[in-house]
Design a protein around this ligand. Structure first.
Ligand code: CA
Length: 221
């Protein structure tokens, strides 16, 4: 999962970025509305965390510009503006949800999961493809209802990327994009290493390699 964090407050931004990385998200952080629009042109994100009071371009303007561009990215507004009309405006302009500052990180993480779940058509915090179940809260997986196996942060991020699109082949760079944010060094063979580790935990057959193209998990029957 790759998240764009748009927040001009350095303290809040650093705190949220660290917490999201701990929770296995790949995070890019910008502090200006124009930078946010530039980043969203250059990179595909699963979710945007958008402050409303921003230099460069106001958060509400960023939201309207994105929707005018037909960018369907999920947007969770983070705002200290407690006036009802600001929240209503943000929702009407295409935000998926909002969270008032100050907020607890646990609530932010839960709301992010809820937004992603709604759009994935899932009603629980679990992704499944008929064999593998991935618990998005506990960061654990199991195969055919056997015992739950804990995953490392990056194993989780990689398996989540595959489980969000069962039946689709994801290339090495697709997967790296979902695992690493800016400024995080991509170790060579990291994807192969993580696939190897996941296959050891879940069984060789659960993650298919399509030679020269990428990897996939099977579609539910
Ligand atoms: Ca602000």
């Amino acid at each position: 999962m790759r998240v764009l964090l748009v927040e001009d407050d350095a303290m809040i931004g650093a705190l949220v970025q660290d917490s999201l990385r701990d929770a296995s998200y790949a995070v890019d952080w910008v502090q200006d509305g124009l930078d946010a629009l530039g980043s969203l042109r250059a990179q595909t994100y699963d979710l945007v965390l958008l402050d409303l009071g921003l230099p460069g371009r106001d958060g509400l303007e960023v939201l309207k510009t994105l929707r005018a561009r037909k960018n369907p990215v999920h947007i969770l507004v983070l705002t200290a503006r407690d006036a009802i009309e600001n929240r209503v405006q943000a929702l009407d302009a295409g935000a998926d949800d909002y969270l008032l500052k100050p907020f607890a990180m646990t609530e932010l993480l839960a709301r992010m999961r809820a937004v992603l779940r709604r759009h994935g058509g899932h009603s629980t915090s679990c992704l499944e493809n008929g064999h593998i179940e991935l618990d998005l809260v506990a960061h654990a997986a199991r195969v055919d209802a056997a015992e739950w196996i804990p995953l490392s942060a990056r194993e989780f991020a990689l398996l989540q990327a595959l489980m969000l699109r069962p039946g689709a082949i994801l290339s090495r760079s697709d997967l790296e994009d979902r695992i690493y944010g800016w400024g995080e060094e991509v170790e060579s063979n990291a994807v192969e290493y993580l696939i190897h580790a996941l296959r050891r935990k879940l069984g060789q057959a659960q993650i298919r390699n399509v030679r020269g193209v990428g990897w996939m998990v099977s579609k539910p029957q």
